[in-house]
Each structure stands twice: as C-alpha cells, then as structure tokens.
Design a protein around this ligand. Structure first.
Ligand code: HEC
Length: 697
C-alpha cells in the first residue's frame, strides 16, 4: 500500500468510525423517539416519559382491559420496564433481572446476581428496591445492592462481565437504574443517609472498563483533591471536606444527546443538622444539586444547588426532564426538575442559568427563589437548631414535595405531570438520633394516627396530588388530589392520556389536557413504579409494575386502607381488547402466634417504643412495628414472631445471628438493656394483636 493509499485508508476508516459512532447514537435516539419500543429509562434520552402511541386514546380508553398479568416475587416493584422488540426487561428486589415476553407475559429468563445483603445497613435496606436496567446492543446492565455493575447477555440471561463500582462494606449500595449512551454505561450509587460519599462512574459498555468517575463532594484533604472543582467545593465545608460523605447520585442521571452532557441530581449529607455537619454554614457543595458533566470525560461544566446548607434532607436526586421550550419568546434548551424542596425548576442546559422556580406544593421553608442569585430566601425559624425549642415544623419533609416517582412531560399539552404529596413534620436536632442526627416523625404530622390509619381531618386534607404543571407559566393547570400520598410515577401519551398507579391499589387514566378521570381499575396492589407503553404488531400495550416499594411498603399497612393495596408485586399489561381478569388478591392470612408472657414494666415498654424508633428498626420493619404484610415481603413483621424467634431475639439484634440475611448486628448502637426494652415493646404489640384476633374468632 502506498503512503497515499494508507492515509486514504486511515482517513476512510476514521470517517467510517465516526459515521458508525453517529449512527449508533442516532439509533439509540431514534429507537427511543420513533419506534414502538420503550428503549430507555425515560423512553428517550430526554426522559420525557411520553409515548407517541395513540391507538389507546381519550375516546376509547374506557374499554381498556387486562391482556395478561404475571406475579413477580418481590418486595414491591420500583423498576421502569424496558421494552425492545417484544421483550420486557425489568428488575425486582435483590436486583433480579427478568426477561418477559411482551405479548404473552411468559418468562424468558431470570438472572439472579445473588446480591449480598450483609455487608452494611445500606446493602440490606437498598436490596429491596431496584429501579431497573439499561439495555444496549444486546447487553442488559444492572446495578446490584452490593455495588456491582453487571452486564448480561440480552438473549440468554447469562452474565458477560461485572465490575465492583463502590464498596459495599462502606455503606454504599445501588438502587438506581444505569443509563446507556454513546457506548458508555453511567451508574451512580447511594446511600448518603448512611454516610457514603457520592459519585458517578462511566464504564465502556462492551468491556466494563472504567472510563471516568466524578465525586460530588470533596474528600479528605490529606489526599489530593480529585480535581480543581472539588478544591473549590472544599471551601464550602467548615472542615474543608465532607467528613461524612454526602451528595449521592442515587436516582436521576440524564444524558443530553444534543450537548453531549450528563446531568446528575445529588442527595444531602449527614448529619442533616448542618450546625453539626459544617459549623459556620458553608453551602456544602455539591449536595442537593444538579450537576452538568462532560459525558466523554466526566469533567464538571456547571451546577445549580437547590438547597444550600441543607438541614432537612430536601435533596435533588429526583427525575429530570429535558425539552426545548419557548420561554419568554425565546427557544431554550431546558432541564426541568421538581426536587424534594417543593420548587419546580427550569434551567437552561448549556449554562445552568435559572429560568424560573415556583412552588408546586405547599412550601414553608422558603418564601421564594431570588432570580438574580438563584438562592432560596428562607423563612424565619425553619433552621430548627437555631430555635430555642431546637425544633421547627417544616413543609415539605424528607419525603419531599415529590420523591423518586417519575414525572412525565407531554409535548402535545406542554404540561409536566408531577406525582406530588404534601408532608409536614417537626424536625428536632438530636445527636443520638441514628438517622441524620435529627428526630422527626417519619410519616409527618399527617399520619400521626398510624395505629388506626388516617384521621378524618387528614383524609380531608388530601395530601396526595397529581399536578399538571405548565413549565412556561410556572403554574398548575389542573390537579387531582387523593387521601393517600406516595402515589406512582406517571406516563403521558399522544392519545391525550395520563396514566398513574396509586397508593390505594388502583390504576387510572386521565385526560391529559383536562385532568378528567376517564378510566380506573383496581389492581389491589399499592403502586409507586411508572407505567410504560409499547406497540407489538397492531396492538398498543400499557404496562404497569404494581406492588409498593421503598418506604411506601411500610406505609401502606398504616393507612387503614391496607386490604385494598396489600396485593402482590405484579406486572400487568393492558390493551383495548384485553379480557383477562386479575387473579384474586389474597392478603396474608397468617395468624398471630401466641406471644411470650410480658415481663417488662409499662415504663420499659414505653422506653422500648422510643428506642425502636431511635434505633431506626422501623426503616426496615415498619414504623410502630407495623410491618409490610404483603405476600412476598422479605422482612418479617416483628409482631408475628414465634417462640424460637423470641428466644433468639437478643442474639439476632445484638450479635447479628441473621446477618447473612440482612439483619445486621446492633451492638454498636444499642446495649443489652435497651434490647430488652425493645423486646418488651414488641411483645406488647404482639399481645394486643393476638388478643384482638382471639376476640374476633
Ligand atoms: C437494614 C434493615 C433492617 C433494620 C434497620 C433492622 N432489621 Fe431486623 N431484620 C431485617 C431483615 C432483612 C430480617 C430478616 C432476616 C432473615 O430473613 O432471617 C430481620 C429480622 C429480624 C428479626 C428476626 C425476626 C424473625 O421473624 O426471625 C428480629 C428479631 C429483628 N430483625 C429485630 C430488629 C430490631 C429490634 C431492629 C432495630 C434495633 C431491627 N431489626 C432493625 C432487617 C433489618
């Protein structure tokens, strides 16, 4: 080959390579945008969760019926299913991956990563929640609770490679879905709530090679900062670094195909009382922020912090949507987010410039956002640690005005549909509180009557909200309110429809422009996951994973409507001529075993009740010891302990008798006497339930 020819050959192959590169990108984008598939987490890279399909529409949706349903053993379902050419890929708890025939619901394969749940509290807690997979070029990617990023053959369900992407023994875990773009897999991790330092990593999709990593908060200055921007961020922390970690990017990761940028949303840091975490109150960058990175290199481009010096866990890890909108007569590339803090943000994507920020729910921690500085103007007395009482009532709470349940943007109506809720809670600083160094009522003041369900007054307040939000006018167009909070993610379609599952075990279709309820079906299972839609042959399907996940699986039994919503985890497919009925929901009929004799005093029981909350047993076993009583629950309801379980109680709680199964030892947190008090409290709860059952017989 002559030199000339060699050059020509190299040039040609370079061109070919860049062509292939562009082509793959276009493919990813197109398949998201045009075909009948649901290729990516939010359908396309923009994560609008809008389906252009319109066979099912507002004039015929009343005829929607069940085409098939399949039971998936899991602690509820949180995943968004990916649907490609007739195959559904999704996850259940313990990061099990399922491939299911989209036409029939038949299982094709199941991959079990045999996730370890014993390394840390973060592992055990996170193992029950997984938001789904990413699929690209014949590979399925999943993040496991014990920190592995795993690539699986999409046809066979066999593992191809795996990489350890965080340290599972250091309170790291993964619940979020990976994202794929441009030959790369992006994965974040949690859990700041247990003290992990947040970061996002990019891996080569074919080999699993680590390409880059971006830390969200500054590390120990004894080691060099990973980059200049973290050096800058270090100046916003009292001790020059994030000693207890923070800033986990545990949910939203969005790839911008037009600007080749990656956006991540970050969590807060521990302890939530910032006067302890960072005395002197620096902003604590980059907690509670949206960060834009170069997708090729992981280099910082811009950030926007939604809550500087957060003290309430009002994080910004939530879903983000990209769109092109006419804002004040100007075409803007925007990013939209409704983070926990209750403000709906519109940012310009190239620069991170704030375009608007308005309240989408009741907000008491700040009056407004200063448009010049982009900073919130806080209300008096919301910083509880500065108050004489050391406490303050705040709205929203750690559940946010909106949690991880996905929003949807319809380019047809121009509206963003937000699955929101309105919680209020009192925050009190307490260095002994294991979760965040703050005592608060997990379920807000609204659910104080946990033992008997919602009060009539709370029911009237209707704290669950589906809000259709005009992002340009920055105001709501319509709202549907419900008694229960923590309803499911949203899908909008070109059929002028909005679909949403609810905490009370129903699946609904609303008219997208008016909010009118057009169709409703009882699934019997509380729902937090998001529906998707796809076309197979000449039939449009709407698919919804049901079964309460995350914290909601413990809240459902507290509502007093539990029997309607405690059904199993299921994947349900609907079509216009679907004629199946859902199998009867059989909620647990296990009877309460006879409890041992109570030997603890009244005071001891009361102390045990408090310790149960303080030691955060309720995070896994349910507040006030009301556990998840649905069929495939993997965490026991402690009011149903048998004799042998009572005998082993102390060894289980202190020594970690059942560590391998995710019940970690509490020897560092509580002492022998305290365990006995907790035990007395649980025996009390079991006795009451037992007596009630005996009387009912
Ligand atoms: C991070 C999650 C988590 C937390 C926090 C937690 N547990 Fe557990 N616990 C589990 C899991 C998972 C199991 C089931 C283990 C198994 O399958 O053997 C369990 C089992 C138990 C059992 C055995 C019950 C039986 O039916 O066998 C007892 C007793 C128990 N936990 C008490 C407690 C107490 C008391 C606390 C608070 C001090 C607590 N747990 C906090 C996850 C947790």
């Amino acid at each position: 080959m002559s030199v000339f020819n060699t050059t020509k050959y190299l040039l040609a192959s370079a061109m070919l390579m860049s062509f292939v590169h562009i082509n793959c990108l276009a493919n990813d984008e197109q398949q998201g945008a045009k075909t009948d598939n649901w290729m990516q987490h939010g359908r396309s890279h923009k994560e609008q969760r809008f389906s252009p399909l319109e066979q099912i529409n507002s004039s015929n949706v009343s005829g929607l019926g069940v085409e098939w349903s399949v039971h998936i053993p899991s602690d509820g379902l949180a995943a968004t299913p990916i649907v490609i050419d007739g195959v559904i890929y999704m996850t259940s708890s313990f990061a099990r991956v399922w491939a299911i025939n989209a036409e029939t619901g038949e299982q094709m394969w199941m991959f079990d990563p045999q996730a370890g749940v014993h390394n840390s509290f973060a592992n055990s807690y996170s193992a029950r929640i997984n938001k789904g997979v990413a699929v690209s070029k014949g590979k399925v990617y999943v993040g496991s609770p014990d920190c592995r990023l795993i690539a699986i053959n999409a046809d066979t369900g066999k593992q191809i490679w795996e990489k350890l992407t965080c340290d599972p023994s250091a309170e790291y875990a993964i619940t979020g879905a990976p994202r794929v773009a441009n030959g790369k897999v992006f994965i974040g991790n949690g859990v700041s709530d247990y003290g992990a330092r947040g970061y996002v990593s990019a891996y080569a999709g074919d080999t699993g090679k680590l390409l880059w990593r971006f830390y969200t908060v500054p590390g120990n200055p004894d080691n060099p900062h990973e980059n200049e921007i973290l050096k800058m961020a270090a100046g916003t922390w009292a001790d020059g670094w994030a000693k207890n970690g923070g800033g986990s990017a545990w949910d939203a990761i969005v790839y911008d195909a037009e600007l080749n940028q990656l956006y991540i949303g970050t969590d807060s840091a521990l302890p939530w009382d910032v006067s302890v975490r960072s005395p002197g109150e620096g902003d604590n960058l980059f907690t509670n922020s949206i960060i834009a990175l170069d997708a090729d290199t992981g280099k910082y481009i811009w950030h926007y912090q939604t809550v500087p010096a957060d003290a309430w866990d009002l994080n910004a890890a939530n879903h983000m949507i990209l769109a092109d909108l006419d804002v004040s007569g100007k075409k803007e590339k925007v990013l939209m987010q409704a983070p926990k803090n209750g403000f709906f943000y519109l940012l310009e994507r190239r620069t991170g410039k704030l375009l608007s920020a308005e309240k989408y729910v009741k907000v008491t921690w700040a009056s407004h956002i200063d448009m010049k500085t982009g900073r919130p103007i806080e209300n008096q007395s919301v910083r509880y640690y500065k108050n004489k009482s050391n406490s303050a009532e705040v709205t929203p709470t750690i559940f946010g005005g909106h949690g991880w349940e996905s929003m949807s943007y319809s380019p047809d109506t121009g509206l963003v549909y937000i699955p929101a809720h309105e919680f209020t809670s009192t925050y009190t600083s307490d260095p002994n509180a294991p979760v965040g160094g703050v005592v608060f009522n997990y379920y807000g003041e609204d659910l104080n009557e946990q033992k008997t369900g919602l009060s009539e007054a709370t029911k009237k307040r209707k704290i669950g909200k589906l809000i259709a939000w005009d992002p340009i006018k920055a105001s709501p167009v319509w709202k549907v309110e419900s008694e229960l909070p923590l309803n499911g993610g949203v899908l909008s379609t070109a059929g002028n429809l909005v679909f949403q599952g609810s905490a009370d075990g129903h699946f609904m279709a609303y008219e997208a422009d008016s909010g009118q309820l057009l169709w409703k079906l009882k699934t019997g299972s509380a729902t937090q996951a998001s529906p998707v839609s796809y076309m197979l042959g000449d039939k449009q399907y709407v698919l919804i994973p049901v079964g309460a996940s995350g914290i909601s699986r413990f809240m459902v039994p507290l509502y007093g409507t539990a029997d309607d919503a405690k059904g199993p985890s299921r994947l349900i497919a609907f079509t216009l001529n679907g004629k199946q009925s859902l199998p009867e929901v059989s909620t647990s009929t296990m009877s309460v075993p006879e409890p041992p004799k109570q030997t603890g005093s009244k005071e001891m029981i009361a102390e045990g009740e408090q310790l149960y909350e303080v030691a955060a047993c309720g995070v896994c076993h349910g507040s006030t010891a009301v556990g998840q009583r649905s069929i495939s629950s993997s965490i026991p309801d402690l009011r149903y302990m048998r004799k042998d379980q009572h005998t082993n109680f102390k060894d289980t709680v202190i020594k970690g008798y059942r560590r391998q199964m995710g019940m970690l030892p509490f020897d560092q947190i509580i002492n022998n006497e305290q365990v006995e008090a907790i035990h007395a409290f649980l025996i009390d709860r079991q006795s009451r339930l037992y007596e009630a059952e005996q009387q009912g017989k």
